[in-house]
Design a protein around this ligand. Structure first.
Ligand code: SAM
Length: 251
């Protein structure tokens, strides 16, 4: 039956390709790829010879119309990105919403995603979290975005690339605070997988001190905002302590 299959692919370890992902990619008539050459290497490794077509940020809407025509002809189509789950800081959103609007089924396969993989081993609260994608490239945009998240109680998850890791960590220290607990997960599922944790200032210092920590792919996770303790009348616990100390000194 016609459907658009959303197929996650490995984020660094080919062993994470699921048998179902291989089966679906072999059985559809067409695969939309973020980059056909990149996916070509993955496909040849798994013996997948299905026809591919590029679906990226610049042609997604036009391609969607064409894919909808294929679905209307009864064909099954799949979507992959370069790595991980399509649509998660990757192309696919416009395609999926247009295909749904056109009344066709969209079938998601569960699979690799750097954000969820990183969070699951971070030791940070995982009951509530907010995935924020990439921080803006410009300093002002980055600070504004972090400022808006400063008092968010949920664990914050950001994607980052090697050429901006230092600036982003500096902005996190400046806006969320030097003491904010955080974790940097790097090269997940690959040979040099590393987790760095500590306060934001400590993680920045470790990354500055070791060039290797600035390489590869990384996910930054920050503990959510914890409100300073307050008593029943809204007086901060710290203020009450100070008051008690002062009171003891008074005649
Ligand atoms: N769609 C992908 C997913 O599901 O995770 C994410 C694509 S996004 C363009 C690429 C970013 O994901 C990288 O800059 C990095 O922040 C993160 N990432 C991807 N693979 C990773 C890995 N093996 N280790 C750490 N972070 C990774």
């Amino acid at each position: 039956p016609p459907a658009l299959y959303i197929v996650p692919t490995p984020i660094g370890n080919l062993g994470d390709m699921s048998p179902r992902a291989v089966e679906v990619l072999k059985s559809v008539t067409l695969v939309g790829c973020e980059d056909t050459r990149h996916s070509g290497r993955l496909f040849s490794h798994f013996g997948i010879s299905t026809k591919t077509v590029s679906v990226h940020d610049h042609n997604e809407r036009a391609r969607a119309q064409w894919i909808i025509e294929k679905l209307a002809e009864g064909e099954a189509v799949a979507l992959v990105s370069d790595a991980g789950t399509p649509l998660i800081s990757d192309p696919g959103y416009h395609l999926v919403s247009l295909v749904r609007e056109a009344g066709f089924n969209v079938v998601p396969l569960p699979g690799p995603c750097a954000a969820i993989t990183a969070l699951s081993a971070s030791g940070l609260p995982s009951d509530r979290f907010s995935f924020e994608g990439f921080l803006p490239a410009k300093e002002k945009g980055r600070s504004d975005k972090l400022e808006a998240l400063r008092e968010d109680p949920r664990t914050l998850i950001f994607y980052e690339s090697p050429h901006r890791i230092i600036q982003s960590l500096e902005s996190i220290v400046a806006v969320l605070g030097a003491d904010r607990p955080m974790v940097m997960a790097r090269e997940l599922s690959k040979t040099f997988e590393t987790f760095l944790s500590g306060t934001a200032a400590e993680v920045l210092a470790k990354v500055l001190a070791d060039d290797n920590q600035q390489k590869g792919e990384m996910v930054l996770m920050c503990h959510g905002f914890v409100a300073p303790e307050q008593d029943d009348e809204g007086v901060p616990a710290k203020a009450m302590e100070t008051l008690a100390l002062l009171a003891a000194e008074l005649p």
